[in-house]
Design a protein around this ligand. Structure first.
Ligand code: ZN
Length: 185
């Protein structure tokens, strides 16, 4: 089932998400919905808070990019970055920030502890686009968005677009949860 995506100013995107204690039927259903929603948007990564669930869970699939065609889809539960290496700037976008792009500096490779879709413990090194998407999605689990990591000048450039998102003035090609409008006194 395709589920609507929560947008920029939504509180759920600012919460510290809770770790999972296992994978039950409900989590399996959530995972299925997240993959379906990500593919249809389309996107290459999606974190549970983006569909309104404050859980430390994300899905990704970068195989639509030609040079990553052999990379399998991933389920990442309770991730913990245990080491980083190098730095690289790369343009990012986000399904919770429709229409926005910006250059973000992040470590170029990471060592990650996490649990897979069977809740088996894993440790692996990631670099390139995979490291990038993982870090972007893990940020979502900590209530952080890529625009928080833009340099001041870059951030100023997108402030108008952020205000428009917060006010519900945007176009998305996928179902969204419209942000609740706050009345200014
Ligand atoms: Zn995102």
């Amino acid at each position: 089932m395709i589920v609507p995506i929560n947008i920029y100013s939504d509180d759920v995107l600012r919460q510290q998400a809770l770790p999972l204690e296992g994978v039950d039927k409900e989590v399996e259903e959530l995972l299925g919905n997240m993959f379906e929603t990500m593919y249809s948007a389309p996107g290459i990564g999606l974190a549970a808070p983006q569909v309104g669930r404050s859980l430390r869970l994300l899905v990704l699939d970068i195989s639509c990019m030609r040079e990553y065609a052999n990379v399998k889809p991933m389920v990442v539960i309770n991730p913990e970055i245990v080491a980083v290496k190098g730095y690289r700037s790369m343009e990012e976008g986000c399904l919770s920030l429709p229409g926005l792009q910006g250059d973000v500096v992040r470590p170029s490779s990471i060592s990650l502890n996490y649990r897979d879709e069977h809740f088996e413990g894993q440790n692996a090194e990631f670099s390139g686009l995979l490291a990038r998407v993982l870090q972007h999605e893990i940020d979502h689990l900590d209530g952080r968005l890529f625009v928080d990591r833009l340099q001041k000048k870059e951030r100023r450039k997108v402030q108008k677009e952020l205000d428009a998102l917060a006010a519900g003035r945007f176009i998305a090609s996928y179902p969204v949860v419209l942000p609740v409008k706050v009345n200014k006194a």
